[in-house]
Design a protein around this ligand. Structure first.
Ligand SMILES: Cc1cc2nc3c(=O)[nH]c(=O)nc-3n(C[C@H](O)[C@H](O)[C@H](O)COP(=O)(O)OP(=O)(O)OC[C@H]3O[C@@H](n4cnc5c(N)ncnc54)[C@H](O)[C@@H]3O)c2cc1C
Length: 578
């Protein structure tokens, strides 16, 4: 689906957009736009947008889209920019619609198990609000500390408790959506049952901002379980682990958490966390937890699950006896990415799904990828949510040309030779983004692709919304822009291991200035731009570095251990020298 010709934004139009959002929420400075060319994905290609608009309400979103549509200007919605598939980046330029400031929790209605939120509300913040009521919103992506509800709905995000609680879609009961021409739709209803129309609401969930901009969300919430019990089991053999999972399902046990990690990850995690507690033998890990409202009920389910697993001969098991021990075992799962990021400079988390019956065959094939494609330096580690959602994670060095070629070959091999032949899907929760389109035609036949094209054209005839999703040649990463970070410079300032996951963006100065540019991730992007000659030092950049209070919050939140304080202090020194 080729996007049409887009227009550049004229001065007259810039003025009109400024009128809509007001001067404080309109940004056309190159340095600000530059920081919006990056996000959680490794596939950053220097796609600098032409304009950043930060709407405060639905009316402004509607007016922006109406103007953009009439003038054929692309619009890419953005929450926290943590998409791992470049979903919130703008290959065709145009407007980035930063929805992070529409972040009110509008209603908590415990009687009806319902909350109403604006799209910029952050997942963990919603759950903090719900906790005193004894309720929660169950989908919990690894990025829940920064992911916005709008981004989660647009991607139909999942998480580590999806085995029992499912993905975002299950909880969305109504949506307010602005179409590309500015029309505002209210979809779904507040009641739990209704068949009074086609289910148009669900079409927007997981549509990645290509059909409309989500401006209000009604979510079902659930009472928090009162108790839970977690065990970690290590198997020598992946077939035994799979058999244990199949038997757990057959016996009707529904763990709230059922997670897999392979040998490479376990080794990386034990080395990273260290200490006696994490002195596990190496093997394939199954983390399994049951939750519920009474200790008796949970103990009984756990005992049945434990017996099933033990019969499949794990070489090691550990049960969390206290909440503290539970936290430490969960840390073994949460530390996957930082632990892996210490092995090779680059970590790319892929996302695909298979039927669980195919699990061990698929794992063995993925483990063999480096050998099959004759890639000497490439490593692949595998994480899996045991509802069949695999995250094969490729480790390589973007500064090594052969490594990059091998990495690209490996991804192609993964989808073409393993996932599609196994009857799987090319994405379970990260979306197509700007990177998976080449594989869409492998999963769906031409009739389905044609139907999807018609749906897109019906809702967005000028194709202004998030162009690039649906166009096939955006995936390759071997452009200069990706192969750059501070550590690769001979005159390196300091090592920069930033994965751009965005965990640091809830920093005080970002909250104060309401702009990515003033977040630690934004500052690191600016620094990278300066080092590589994309940007020149000016008053704006100087100000951005001096609004950092060096409080160090970002450093505590950074999974990759980026030494932000030292980097920002050094950057200030250099700025002063200049
Ligand atoms: C370390 C890490 C761990 C992760 N773990 C998980 C995981 O366990 N499960 C999972 O599902 N994902 C995971 N992700 C991916 C990502 O965090 C989620 O998809 C998240 O829901 C995106 O939220 P966001 O606010 O950052 O959205 P963005 O990245 O800003 O946007 C995501 C997509 O939604 C669109 N969009 C955003 N807001 C709107 C809106 N209001 N209206 C219409 N479209 C919109 C964007 O255009 C884009 O296509 C992880 C990411 C990282 C970096």
């Amino acid at each position: 689906m080729e996007p049409p010709h887009y227009n550049k934004i004229s001065q007259l139009l810039l003025d009109k957009f400024k009128e809509v959002v007001g001067e404080s929420f309109f940004f056309d400075e190159y340095e600000v736009r530059f920081t919006y060319a990056f996000g959680g994905s490794i596939f950053n290609k220097g796609w600098v947008p032409d304009l950043i608009l930060i709407p405060q309400n639905t009316k402004q979103v509607s007016e922006i889209l109406n103007l953009a549509n009439k003038n054929r200007i692309p619009v890419t919605p953005r929450g926290s920019g943590t998409s791992l598939s470049s979903g919130s980046l703008s290959p065709y330029g145009g407007i980035i619609l930063d929805l992070s400031q529409m972040n009110e929790i509008l209603k908590v209605d415990i009687e009806n198990n319902l909350v109403e939120v604006e799209p910029g509300v952050i997942c963990d913040e919603l759950n903090e609000t719900l906790k005193p009521y004894g309720y929660f919103f169950p989908p919990d992506p690894g990025s829940s500390c920064v992911a916005t509800i709008g981004g989660m709905v647009a991607n139909n995000a999942g998480g580590i408790q999806a085995f029992k609680y499912g993905v975002t879609k299950i909880y969305v009961i109504y949506l307010e959506v602005v179409l590309s021409d500015g029309r505002i739709l209210n979809l779904g209803s507040k009641v739990l049952k209704s068949v009074s129309s086609y289910n148009i609401k669900d079409l927007f969930i997981g549509s990645e901002g290509t059909l409309g901009v989500i401006t209000k969300i009604g979510l079902r919430i659930r009472p928090l379980p009162k108790t839970r019990k977690l065990g970690l089991f290590i198997f020598e053999n992946v077939d035994d682990l799979k058999d244990a999972v199949l038997e757990i399902r057959r016996r009707g046990i529904v763990p709230n958490l059922l997670e897999f990690m392979d040998k490479i990850i376990l080794k990386a995690v034990t080395e990273y966390l260290g200490g006696e507690f994490f002195d596990f033998p190496n093997g394939y890990v199954l983390l399994a937890e049951v939750d519920g409202n009474s200790t008796i009920e949970v103990d009984e389910s756990f005992a049945v699950m434990f017996d099933i697993i033990i019969q499949k001969n794990p070489i090691y098991n550990k049960i969390a006896m206290t909440e503290e021990e539970r936290e430490r075992l969960i840390l073994a799962r949460k530390a996957n990415l930082p632990a892996l990021s210490r092995i090779r400079p680059n970590t790319c988390v892929e996302d695909c799904t298979i039927q669980i019956s195919e699990f061990s065959e698929v794992i063995k094939k993925i483990e063999e990828i480096p050998k099959r494609i004759n890639a000497k330096n490439l490593l692949v580690a595998i994480i899996c949510h045991m509802e069949g959602n695999l995250h094969p994670t490729f480790l390589f060095n973007e500064n090594d040309e052969q490594d990059v070629k091998d990495f690209e070959k490996a991804i192609d091999y993964l989808y073409r030779e393993i996932i599609i032949p196994a009857g799987g899907s090319i994405t379970g929760e990260h979306g197509i983004g700007k990177i998976k389109t080449p594989y869409l035609e492998l999963e769906h036949d031409s009739n389905i692709i044609e139907l999807m094209t018609q749906i897109k054209k019906f809702y967005d005839p000028n194709m202004i919304l998030n162009p690039g999703i649906g166009k096939g040649d955006l995936r390759a990463i071997n452009t200069p822009s990706i192969k750059r970070s501070l550590k690769n410079q001979s005159d390196s300032i300091l090592e920069l291991k930033c994965m751009r996951c965005g965990f640091c963006i809830t920093c005080p100065s970002r909250i104060n200035y309401a702009l990515e540019t003033y977040s630690p991730r934004g500052r690191l992007c600016l620094l990278n731009g300066l080092v590589h000659g994309d940007l020149e030092l000016n008053d704006l950049i100087t100000e951005v570095f001096h609004t950092c209070t060096l409080c160090g919050l970002c450093q505590t939140k950074c999974p990759a251990g980026v030494n932000t304080i030292e980097i920002f202090e050094k950057a200030r020194e250099i700025i002063h020298e200049n």
